[in-house]
Design a binder for this molecule. Structure first.
Ligand SMILES: Nc1nc2c(ncn2[C@@H]2O[C@H](COP(=O)(O)OP(=O)(O)OP(=O)(O)O)[C@@H](O)[C@H]2O)c(=O)[nH]1
Length: 389
């Protein structure tokens, strides 16, 4: 029987976009996800929701795939003796081993089916600790796997009222910039909580360098009034000139972003957000997909070269066994090293077996059937269900 991976790949233009929501703790990421979810439901286009935050207590919307159904975060911390961040990271690592299953399932759901309409949007919620997700190997694997089948867009959520000083604004922009360069995916900047503070100031700072200069000046004056060097913005002295140069440097970065203002609480800005997602989806197809393909080809080439090198080495080794070597000294060395290695291997073999067994036991607990399992069930597919309610 043909597996989904053998079936015709999805046409990127017809494939649903994957919207990956990232944002600092308290930026309103969960509220935003809830709003987007209900907006799409109101348009009769229910999204496919994936929760990748193993530590979240309550998700105020139904998710189709929930990392918590597969990995027991508390148990991971206990079993591996980890803190909260290590627990999230290890949970993501365990979950990342199942990414092929997820992508296969999403590919199936994105194609027309007899009984179900194909999904039109895939929403992904990520852990509040951005760095754990964005900078971890498993985060990269998850994102790359999704991006290899679907146009993937990052929605970076920003707390607008807390970004009104030039220095916090710049910190946020640098963070967004680092995420963009790390993930290499198109990004929509979502200025949230616009019911409290309009995002016009931020849009202006991103498009008009002089407006940012004026704001810097104002922050500096504010700091001077504080007397102590102040904390309102950090526009003065060394900080002032640093912010100045950075805003110049970031001009190119701003040019590649879509910026929208939303209020997750009130519900404004949703149409603009989806327009931005459509724009970034097209950008993904035009710019990112060829780049992704180039990287994939490069990786394949490298793998092939390594394989050929190994094969070469092996063939040389085999021909060395066939008769007297013309480079005896080298051959002697080789034998010596080999026998040394053998001895060491034998000694450490017991350790290796013990280590393997203990790892095996932990892994068993992680994925196994016992009650302490950190993986709620090894037969993962059964958790890839439709919304619960
Ligand atoms: N006024 C206003 N408040 C908002 C908005 N969106 C979120 N909030 C509030 O911001 C706070 C944080 O929102 P969350 O959605 O929990 O933020 P989060 O980024 O998921 O936070 P973590 O769960 O800590 O990662 C809550 O008190 C929300 O009610 C908004 O658009 N307007």
């Amino acid at each position: 029987m043909a597996t989904s991976s053998e079936e015709a790949p999805l046409d990127p233009a017809a494939a649903p976009p994957v919207i990956v929501c990232v944002g600092m703790a308290g930026s309103g990421k969960t509220t935003f996800m809830r709003r987007v979810n209900s907006y799409l439901h109101s348009k009769q286009k229910p999204p496919y929701v994936i929760n990748l935050d193993p530590a979240v207590l309550n998700v105020p919307f139904d998710s189709n795939i929930d990392i918590r159904d597969s990995v027991n975060y508390e148990e991971v911390m206990k079993q591996y003796n980890l803190g909260p961040n290590g627990g999230i990271l290890t949970s993501l690592n365990l979950f990342a081993t199942k990414v092929d299953q997820i992508v296969n399932l999403l590919e199936k759901r994105a194609k027309p089916q007899e009984d179900k309409a194909p999904i039109e949007n895939i929403l992904v919620d990520t852990p509040g600790q951005i760095e754990v997700f964005v900078w971890s190997a498993s985060g990269t694997i998850l994102l790359e796997s999704l991006a290899s089948s679907f146009p993937t867009v990052i929605a970076y959520i920003i707390d607008t009222p807390r970004t009104t000083s030039t220095s916090t604004f710049m910190s946020n922009m640098l963070y967004a910039c680092s995420i963009l360069y790390k993930t290499k995916l198109p990004m929509v900047l979502v200025f949230n909580k616009t019911d409290v503070k309009d995002a016009a100031f931020a849009k202006e700072w991103m498009t008009d360098f002089e407006a940012f200069q004026d704001a810097l000046q104002r922050d500096q004056e504010g700091d001077d009034m504080d007397g102590e060097g102040g904390s309102s913005g950090g526009g003065g002295g060394y900080m002032g000139s640093l912010l100045n140069s950075m805003s110049l440097m970031l001009e190119e970065f701003y040019a590649h972003l879509s910026v929208v203002g939303v209020s997750s609480k009130v519900g404004t800005g949703m149409d603009e957000f989806f327009e931005a997602v459509a724009e970034k989806k097209q950008e993904f197809i035009d710019d990112y997909l060829p780049e992704l393909q180039r990287r994939r080809d490069e990786r394949e080439k490298l793998k092939k070269e390594t394989r050929e090198k190994e094969l070469d080495k092996m063939m040389q080794g085999m021909s060395g066994l066939g008769g007297p070597s013309i480079t005896n000294a080298k051959a002697d060395d080789d034998v010596e090293v080999a026998s040394d290695d053998d001895g060491e291997d034998y000694d450490s073999e017991d350790d290796a077996i013990a280590e393997r067994e203990s790892l095996q036991a932990r892994y068993q607990t992680a994925v196994g059937d016992n009650d302490d399992s950190v993986m709620a069930d090894a037969s993962f597919a059964k958790y890839l269900h439709t919304p619960r309610s």
